[in-house]
Design a protein around this ligand. Structure first.
Ligand SMILES: Nc1nc2c(c(=O)[nH]1)N[C@H]1C(S)=C(S)[C@@H](COP(=O)(O)OP(=O)(O)OC[C@H]3O[C@@H](n4cnc5c(=O)[nH]c(N)nc54)[C@H](O)[C@@H]3O)O[C@H]1N2
Ligand SMILES: Nc1nc2c(c(=O)[nH]1)N[C@H]1C(S)=C(S)[C@@H](COP(=O)(O)OP(=O)(O)OC[C@H]3O[C@@H](n4cnc5c(=O)[nH]c(N)nc54)[C@H](O)[C@@H]3O)O[C@H]1N2
Ligand code: SF4
Ligand SMILES: [Mo]
Length: 774
């Protein structure tokens, strides 16, 4: 698909434009599909503007695909509410400040707080754009290391932490995540994902629709398991409703059938599997009690359908099971992720062409570093959160613990916060409580581009450059891509004079937290500090390499500070890299700059056992903490299903909480609605368009219009998250016109998957009533 955007008010004369335009390539930073775009830019210097955005037909990976959000990049560039200058709060009001003033304010207030109350008194919240911006993602790590706080919270515990934990336990690294090799697959079973709206997640698959169509044209089949007959179900061969929160029962049922009917055929995988308590026999014993007939009653997928699915999965030459956020943000999220992989393993589809395969990224992938085939594995719970005792997972505590850690007095209480591209007031359960907690902080900094529901509580807001002013390379998504590739985008425009990148702000904060002399003052030598940290990185990466060679490598990386140098290092030292000249023709930043449409690194290839980093050097099919979950599964089986539960929903023209201020996307039908089955509506006396009140078990409620469709499973209401832009104190002019309601005000912050700390965002009981009219 190729969409062109008409020029917004800037087409005085087409010949003028033609004479003065150029086309540049750019990877879209908005979602995990990472589409290659072609931008038409007119004018030069400060007058330069993007006048058209299309898919880049020559992109080696996305081949011209793009979605409507890409067009809104222009709106984002022009959005008058997007911050260009730091804000500092004076007497309760934000005033524009110079960068020097903003840094001075942080230097004045933050280090003394940490000195007095300890490192854990400073917390971080990290949001989704950290994985979409090169400088943010790399340099936030520098700030975190400098801070040394245990109180790190991120969107991961509202999202994919269960998947990462499962991977860490099974394969040894949390980013060793198998993805469907859709281009060669014949049978794809999908749970809790709607890539037609989301464009894919933990699976970088631009043009999912085109690839799914091609699969079906080859005779392949797509089966979707979802409590809503989604857009993805709409293009599938088969869809089954599932009662929200019960994927665990279905997955246990499917595994049970595999053993029961003698369908277990791991093939070559058998030699890589651990034995004993974490092996196949242990799994077989574990799933024996969960026959599909018994599971059907609770999950809603008939036993015959379960048996048929298991048989098709086993019989398909090339097949994959894939699950995403619907199955992740549940009480048994981690267990679900393990069971999904177990299905792929027992049917021999893991690490095999057309199955669930491991990408081989050119840079930053831990599973391409260190000794192949064996490693330290993943430990959790090295520390516990102060109030609830939640275990640390990947160096984080559950985001649903943030408020209590601010509210609860005592040593180690959070008194200061740095929010980096995160909006937990809308993204996390019980957002109102988080907002209240933020008001109680002594000091808060936001590295963010809007004054929104969260950042309005900050004392200082540091905005970054616009996305077009920065280089781009996806650190994470080539590690999750359906085909191997490496693509880099240079800045489209030069940065405005005096503006600071996010990497500069984060590095400045890191310097302050490390007590670097004069780190808060105008003359601070940030470049020298950057260089020192780079040298440390290089020493770690090139341990054992002689000093002269390390110096030569450093010289080769050049003297320009910032993320591009780190990228160059990662590419050159990576598995496809030029090894600083040892592998001529290998990748480097220069090589990527010479390939504006990207470098194709081929179809996914089998990576076992080289990819493993578990202490045993084997796949831990049935990790002990997961096996221990079955007692809780049995208890859940005995509980009666709730009358009505809420699930989430994504729309292709929206993105979490932060793209509602862009006019191109904001127009059209109201998106924040409660989508109900007509029978549920009738039961509650609700008609289409009525305003309804949804109330959570905590007593909090939201009001929003109802839309009715039999695409919903009866007993389930679907509400998108990220809305509720009616709070005073924000600067989101467009979003405020149609604010919607905050689903997360309803949800219960005490509900989570105890293994990963991930919030339960789906299948939460609610009551429905019709609001009084008028
Ligand atoms: N009920 C429910 N809740 C959910 C979900 C759900 O499905 N249901 N989904 C969850 C998921 S998957 C996620 S990932 C989280 C997301 O949670 P968050 O990451 O907290 O939410 P976002 O809306 O992505 O907010 C991004 C923030 O980054 C800022 N921002 C945008 N671009 C930039 C930039 O270039 N630089 C900087 N510095 N800041 C920028 C925005 O202004 C905003 O403050 O929400 C979760 N919450
Ligand atoms: N347009 C758009 N794209 C996005 C985003 C966005 O907000 N808008 N957000 C981005 C982010 S941060 C992420 S993490 C990804 C998420 O990408 P996806 O995981 O594809 O997310 P959703 O589109 O929310 O699809 C989740 C599906 O799970 C279903 N579901 C709910 N509960 C259950 C359940 O208990 N069991 C099962 N089997 N299904 C259930 C829901 O009905 C929904 O259809 O999308 C990314 N892309
Ligand atoms: S699918 Fe995602 S990456 Fe592709 S154009 Fe749309 S928002 Fe950008
Ligand atoms: Mo997410």
């Amino acid at each position: 698909m190729t969409l062109a955007t008409p020029t917004a008010g800037a087409t005085p004369d087409s010949t003028d434009i033609a004479a003065n335009t150029r086309v540049v390539q750019r990877i879209c930073p908005l979602c995990e599909a990472c589409c290659g775009l072609s931008l038409t830019v007119s004018g030069n210097g400060a007058q330069a503007r993007v006048i058209a955005i299309r898919g880049d037909d020559q992109d080696v990976f996305s081949h011209g695909y793009l979605c409507p959000k890409a067009i809104a990049l222009k709106d984002l560039e022009d959005d008058p509410d997007r911050l260009r200058q730091p804000l500092v709060k004076r007497d309760g009001r934000f005033v524009e400040a110079s960068w020097d003033e903003a840094y001075a304010e942080i230097a004045r207030r933050l280090p003394p707080l940490v000195a007095e109350h300890g490192r854990d008194a400073l917390a971080f919240t990290l949001g989704n754009p950290n994985v979409h911006r090169l400088g943010l993602g790399l340099y936030v790590q520098r700030a975190l290391r400098a801070a040394g706080s245990r109180n790190v919270f991120s969107a991961s515990t509202l999202d994919q932490m269960p998947r990462q934990l499962a991977s860490g336990w099974m394969y040894g690294h949390p980013l060793t995540v198998p993805v469907p090799d859709i281009d060669r697959c014949d049978f794809l079973l999908m749970l809790g994902a709607n890539p037609m709206a989301s464009n894919g997640s933990m699976w970088t698959v631009p043009d999912f629709r085109g690839r799914a169509r091609a699969m079906r044209a080859r005779g392949g089949q797509l089966v979707v398991i979802d409590p809503r007959r989604t857009e993805t179900a709409g293009i599938a061969d088969e869809h089954h409703f599932i009662r929200p929160g019960t994927d665990v029962f279905l997955l246990l049922g499917l595994l049970n059938v595999l053993f029961d009917e003698g369908l277990v055929q791991p093939g070559r995988l058998a030699e890589f599997l651990a034995s004993g308590d974490t092996g196949i026999d242990a799994l077989q014993a574990a799933v024996a009690p969960y026959g599909p007939e018994r599971m059907a009653e609770r999950c809603g997928v008939p036993a015959a359908a379960q048996r048929a699915l298991a048989r098709r999965l086993a019989a398909a030459p090339r097949a994959a099971v894939y699950s995403r956020i619907g199955s992740s943000t549940q009480r048994f999220g981690t267990l679900n992720s393990v069971l999904v992989d177990a299905l792929n393993i027992l049917t021999g589809h893991l690490d095999r062409e057309g199955g669930a395969m491991f990408p081989h990224a050119a840079a930053f992938a831990a599973n391409t570093q260190g000794k192949p085939g064996i490693g330290r594995g993943l430990a959790t719970g090295r520390t516990r959160s102060r109030v609830s005792g939640a275990p640390e997972v990947l160096g984080e505590y559950p985001t649903s613990c943030l408020a209590e850690e601010i509210e609860t007095e005592g040593p180690g209480r959070i008194r200061a916060l740095i929010s980096v591209a995160s909006n937990p007031v809308l993204s996390a359960p019980n957002g109102a409580r988080i907002a209240q907690a933020l008001r109680g902080l002594d000091f808060m900094v936001s590295v963010d581009i809007y004054v929104n529901e969260t950042t309005q509580h900050a004392d200082v807001i540091l905005p970054g450059l616009s996305t077009f002013e920065e280089p781009h390379y996806d650190v994470s998504f080539p590690q999750l891509s359906c085909r191997n590739h490496a693509r880099y985008s240079p800045p489209v425009f030069a940065a405005r004079p005096g503006a600071q990148s996010e990497w500069q702000s984060l590095l400045r904060i890191a310097a302050m937290l490390r007590g670097e002399p004069d780190a808060g003052k105008p003359g601070f030598d940030l470049a020298a500090f950057d260089e020192r940290l780079l040298v440390d990185d290089l020493r770690r990466l090139a341990a054992g390499v002689p000093d002269e060679s390390q110096s030569a490598m450093l010289d080769a990386l050049g003297a320009t500070p910032g993320p591009e140098r780190l990228l160059d290092l990662a590419l050159r030292a990576g598995p496809h890299g030029d090894r600083f000249g040892q592998k001529p023709g290998g990748l480097s930043l220069a090589a990527l700059k010479a390939a504006p449409h990207g470098v194709d690194l081929g179809a996914l290839e089998p990576r076992l056992p080289e990819i493993l980093r578990t202490p045993s050097g084997r796949i831990e099919l049935w990790p002990a903490p997961v096996a221990a979950e079955l007692a809780a599964v049995d208890a859940a089986l005995r509980e009666p299903p709730p009358d009505l539960v809420v699930v989430g929903r994504r729309d292709v023209r929206s993105n979490n909480s932060w793209m509602h201020n862009l006019p191109t996307l904001a127009k059209g039908p109201e998106r924040c609605t409660a989508l109900l089955h007509p029978a549920d509506a009738a039961r509650h006396g609700v008609q289409a368009g009525d305003r309804v009140r949804l109330q959570g078990t905590g007593g909090r409620s939201i009001e929003l219009p109802a839309t009715l469709s039999d695409e919903m499973m009866p007993g389930v209401v679907s509400v998108p998250h990220g809305w509720g832009h009616d709070q005073s104190g924000t600067r989101l002019g467009v979003a405020a016109q149609r604010p919607g309601a905050n689903l997360n005000d309803l949800l219960d912050d005490r509900l989570r998957d105890p293994l990963s700390g991930t919030s339960v965002l789906n299948g939460v009981p609610v009551t429905l009533s019709r609001c009084a009219q008028g």
